[in-house]
Design a protein. Structure first.
Length: 155
């Protein structure tokens, strides 16, 4: 397949379909079920799992078929937090001195940067980063009368 990745219909509709492109109405819908959480996740990955599944659910984007994307998000989140802890332990130095006296880039800085880059990609794929949110539009619900809120069926 060539060209841009297609934007999911739910994101296209939420963003107002600015380009007036064709919308695939036969696209599979999100089932709003989180895939089962694997038992091999670390504590950081479990934290990320709870966070990302809750966010996807609140955006009506949660699908049990997104297991790999959610696992990727959790993996890169854990990789980022671990590398960030090591970077902080080394004094947040961008450059460190080797045993031979050479100055080199702190290897943890590279891990932090790569993990953030991948985390941004996965966040975009899941519709979670700022650029994805900028394309969305949440329409407020129409105000209801007090009788309707109470379920009295009056107008």
């Amino acid at each position: 397949m060539r060209g841009r990745k297609p934007t999911p219909a739910v994101l296209k509709l939420a963003g107002g379909n600015r380009g007036h492109r064709r919308i695939n109405h036969n696209e599979p819908k999100a089932d709003m079920k989180a895939p089962p959480q694997p038992n091999f996740l670390s504590e950081e990955e479990k934290f990320a799992w709870e966070y990302v599944t809750e966010k996807l659910k609140s955006l009506n984007l949660l699908a049990s078929s997104d297991l790999v994307a959610i696992l990727s998000y959790c993996h890169f989140f854990a990789q980022y937090t671990t590398a960030k802890k090591h970077l902080k332990a080394s004094g947040e130095a961008d450059v460190i001195e080797t045993k031979s006296g050479r100055l080199v880039q702190n290897p943890w800085l590279k891990v932090v940067n790569e993990a953030l880059r991948e985390l941004n990609k996965v966040s975009s794929d899941l519709g979670l980063n700022a650029a994805a949110r900028a394309r969305m539009e949440v329409k407020p619900e129409a105000p209801q009368s007090m009788a309707a809120k109470l379920g009295l069926g009056l107008k």
